[in-house]
Design a protein around this ligand. Structure first.
Ligand code: 1GP
Length: 246
């Protein structure tokens, strides 16, 4: 286990759950990303994820990570949608297998192609089962996922348990960026029952009440991206941070 994983575990001793902010280097420019990262660091975000399923400009992403690294103290964790999402200077990477993809490329081939650069750049690999819930989002489309229906908690739990048996220490339940509904608390509970590792939930989280329910159901960290794209949402984000940390 490396430094970032240890840091996350230690954070969980002090906080009920952690807030991860997702920065998509293709939707916000570098200056805005730095400003946002500094602000969310102040309100208590534990890490910045950089990436997304549709990131294709590796040079731009590498530049964003480099600039962010100079500006904040919290770890930068890569969140790759493909091999292009592996860039230097970050602290760690959600080394993910999209377990419910119908395309073996996203289950194991992209991982094999990306692994040499993960080693070369000295990125700490966080072994993650990435599970796409529902349909119609970019993560679902790009990853050729057979989306687990929102109401099928048992299926998500089966995948999470298999992830655990495969030795993965992180599970990410993903409703997809900008999703109209979040993963349901019932599904988080069902996964929590069988999975002992670090449970990440994201997609469509836009208010403190929903965030709190997901945490009460067993999420260890929530990922928020879309909400941060508007400055006026900062007060909601602050409320979410407060609601999930205690
Ligand atoms: C997407 O789970 C993340 O990968 C964040 O989703 O953009 O809807 O907050 P939102």
């Amino acid at each position: 286990m490396g430094g970032v994983e240890n840091y996350l575990k230690n954070q969980l001793k002090r906080r009920k759950a952690l807030l991860f902010i997702l920065i998509d280097s293709e939707t916000s420019d570098s200056k805005l990303s730095i400003k946002l990262a500094k602000t969310v660091e102040k309100i208590g975000a534990s890490a910045i994820l950089v990436g997304g399923s549709s990131v294709s400009n590796q040079i731009e992403m590498a530049q964003t990570v480099k600039n962010l690294k100079k500006s904040i103290k919290i770890p930068i964790i890569l969140f790759p949608g493909n091999t292009t999402g592996v860039v230097p200077k970050a602290d760690a990477i959600l080394f993910s297998s999209l377990l419910n993809s119908e395309n073996p490329y996203f289950v194991s081939q992209a991982q094999a192609l990306g692994a040499p650069n993960v080693m070369k750049y000295g990125l700490e690999a966080l072994p993650t089962a990435y599970l796409v819930i529902g349909e119609g989002t970019s993560a679902w489309f790009v990853g050729s996922a057979r989306g687990i229906p929102f109401s099928k908690s048992k299926i998500a739990a089966m995948y999470a348990l298999s992830a655990q048996y495969l030795g993965m220490r992180f599970v990410y339940l993903e409703a997809g960026s900008g999703a109209s509904t979040t993963v349901r608390p019932e599904m988080v509970k069902a996964v929590r029952k069988v999975f002992n590792g670090f449970l990440i939930v994201g997609g469509g989280i836009r208010d403190a009440k929903t965030a709190k329910r997901l945490v009460q159901s067993g999420a260890n960290a929530l990922v928020i991206g879309t909400l941060t794209e508007r400055k006026k949402n900062l007060s909601i984000l602050t409320k979410i941070a407060k609601a999930i940390q205690k």
